[in-house]
Write a protein that binds this ligand. Structure first.
Ligand code: AGP
Length: 623
């Protein structure tokens, strides 16, 4: 969840590091810090460290008279161990070592006790300082008994021993006083990516590196990186043998990581939905309704799906809501039974596995700890796997057998928007294609490819109501509770609407299947409650309208989002926006847009920090 960056070259390290931190601030933003290795006026070659609570701008104000150094590491934190205070902020220094860290060291308490017994004292409550102290301890021991090995070799040995002792999913990046110019990183389950340009750059996120290079080196779990200003070397942590790692070209434009004049990344990303959906579909649509969709790995796609008899879709948060809609798509178009699982639950269960059971994981970041663990569990059980990820080179995309990338581009706003519409687009296309592959003669499937081809224009049309949706959202401010309601594929959209609203406004919201209202939540309905209702013209709309009568009878406010010619729905609603009628398969992509803008409108009205909501981080790389 934290962001880490390192630089070693010939330039001033501070602007590079601060820039990198700003690019990764969405990963965590409760404190930040920087360490430089350079010549200090009094002590000679030493670490120069500054740390601050809160945002990167607070750190920046402490860097005005910074040391001119050509090497440094920096960190933006989402606290796990220890409060978000300056003392707990990274980097943590211990003797020869200054270190930043991402992830969790599970047995930190046990290691700490051992080191305390050796006479080592600690400043912070973090697991990070435990690793820094352990590494320094092992390095000092090796240094004392050294028989002519280079300091670099001793650091590698110390890192090997420390990495073997510290359990968990994490990565560390550090500098050692005895090895000026070098940066060391260890990948133990949390991402590390590097590039070489005018110097070397190492980070947890590719977004932080794109302006320096597009040819990126992704470390694998269990690998060590040693970066010098003009070279990158990779080692296997278990035996310190040299490893070959080739670079991957990443086509994301660095400008995509800018707000482009929009007030928030979230706003920009909501408006990017039509274009990104077109990008995801580009080159994939079939020639006609009986031809296949075009996937990157058609032979493996065909092989794996032909033997699949049952699919389990696994994800967290917004991606889980996409999976729920995926179930409707696969059942309707491919007649494949689908289970949908929260990754954090699935991984700790003992699922019943059948022959032909295929596991699909969905993740914007491709790094979510629970989703990754579920994928690994599936692989250990010998199951076939596929993933739908947005970040190229991400761990989940690499570790799954089939990968169906969404091309939404960098999503920086913590609240996921364009990744969701792109996930739905892939799921819809995939289910239609599997229906064809399995010879399902379904009239329902017909026309899906045409509907997908028209989707970017349809989404543009929905976006033309953005001001009205935001106004609706602002109008919800006096209410105490917002219910989001829908049936069928609109039920997951209702859940997604409630999640968006909670995330960025901190107001109470619930998503419900309309038919469930009278089984409990209707007890909450009075004049201080609003129901935001998603009701495209489908075969369950009449049922939804009956449920709305029950809300209205209890003085709840009704905000309707339906089709533009549905007078009955319009009549029952206090406020109503009508969208052009859409093919059933693309209704979820269109109807989530009002939910996003309503939440955004309310958050803006309430003055919330929309791109960086309190307590959240973009990529949840801890359990
Ligand atoms: C969405 O708005 C959230 N911030 C969150 O629920 C997110 O969808 C979830 O953490 C999963 O992330 P992933 O798609 O990167 O795996």
């Amino acid at each position: 969840m934290c962001g880490i960056i390192g630089y070693s070259g010939s330039g001033d390290a501070v602007p590079v590091l601060v820039n990198g931190l700003k690019r990764m601030e969405y990963r965590g933003y409760d404190s930040a810090g920087i360490a430089l290795l350079g010549k200090l006026p009094k002590s000679g070659l030493d670490f120069w460290v500054r740390r601050a609570e809160g945002r990167v701008t607070n750190l920046e104000s402490k860097l005005k008279d910074h040391l001119l150094a050509h090497q440094g590491i920096a960190h933006t934190r989402w606290a796990t161990h220890g409060a978000p205070t300056e003392i707990n902020a990274h980097p943590h220094c211990a003797g020869s070592v200054s270190l930043v860290h991402n992830g969790i060291i599970e047995n930190h308490a046990e290691i700490k006790d051992r080191l305390i017994a050796e006479g080592i004292s600690f400043q912070s409550q973090t697991d990070t300082e435990v690793f820094a102290q352990l590494l320094n301890y092992e390095f000092s021991r090796l240094l004392k008994s050294n028989k002519g090995e280079s300091p670099r070799q001793l650091v590698l040995k110390a890192l090997q021993v420390s990495g073997a002792q510290a359990l968990g999913h994490y990565s560390v990046l550090f500098m050692v006083k005895e090895c000026p110019g070098s940066l060391f990183a260890l990948h133990m389950g949390a991402p590390v990516v590097a590039c070489k340009a005018e110097g070397v750059f190492v980070a947890s996120d590719l977004q932080a590196l794109l302006e320096y290079g597009r040819d990126l080196f992704f470390l694998k779990p269990g690998q060590i990186l040693v970066a010098h200003p003009d070279s990158l070397e990779f080692f296997k942590a278990s035996d310190l043998s040299l490893e070959d790692v080739s670079s991957e070209r990443i086509e994301w434009a660095a400008e995509k990581v800018e707000k482009d004049g929009y007030e928030h990344f979230m706003l920009k990303e909501m408006f990017e939905q039509p274009l990104t959906v077109a990008e995801t579909l580009s080159g994939r649509l079939p020639q006609d309704e009986d031809s296949p969709f075009l996937w990157d790995n058609p032979i493996a796609h065909q092989e794996i799906w032909s033997k699949s008899k049952r699919v389990t879709l696994v994800a967290c948060g917004t991606a889980y809501h996409a999976a729920m809609i995926g179930k409707y798509y696969f059942e309707k178009m491919a007649r494949v039974p689908v289970d949908v699982e929260l990754a954090s639950e699935f991984r700790y269960r003992d699922p019943v596995i059948d022959q032909g059971h295929l596991i699909g994981v969905i993740s914007q970041s491709g790094e979510t700890a629970d989703t990754l663990a579920a994928l690994r569990m599936a692989r250990e059980l010998g199951l076939d796997t596929f993933s739908i990820c947005n970040v190229p080179g991400s761990t989940i995309a690499r570790e799954s057998q089939l990968s169906y990338p969404t091309k939404a581009g960098p999503e920086i706003g913590v609240a996921s928007t364009k990744a969701f519409t792109n996930q739905l687009t892939i799921l819809c296309a995939l289910a239609a294609d599997i229906g064809r592959l399995k010879g399902v003669d379904s009239a329902r499937r017909k026309g899906v490819a045409q509907a997908l081809a028209r989707l970017p224009q349809d989404l543009e049309r929905v976006l033309s109501f953005s001001d009205e949706f935001m106004e609706m959202g602002a109008g919800l401010s006096p209410l105490k509770t917002i219910l989001f309601i829908g049936r069928g594929m609109m039920y997951p959209i209702a859940l997604e609407g409630a999640l968006k609203l909670k995330e960025i406004t901190y107001r109470h919201a619930e998503g419900y299947a309309a038919g469930e209202l009278k089984h409990g939540p209707i007890a909450m309905v009075d004049e201080k409650l609003a129901a935001v209702v998603f009701g495209p013209d489908d075969d369950v709309l009449a049922k939804t309208l009956s449920n709305l009568e029950e809300v209205r009878a209890r003085n709840g406010k009704i905000i309707g989002i339906g089709s533009d010619d549905n007078s009955a729905f319009k009549k029952i609603s206090d406020e109503y926006i009508g969208l052009k009628s859409l093919h059933w398969s693309v209704a979820p992509m269109a109807y989530v847009i009002p939910a996003q803008f309503i939440s955004y409108g309310l958050a803006k009205h309430l003055g919330c920090d929309i791109d960086k909501p309190r307590n959240l981080a973009k990529s949840v790389t801890v359990e």
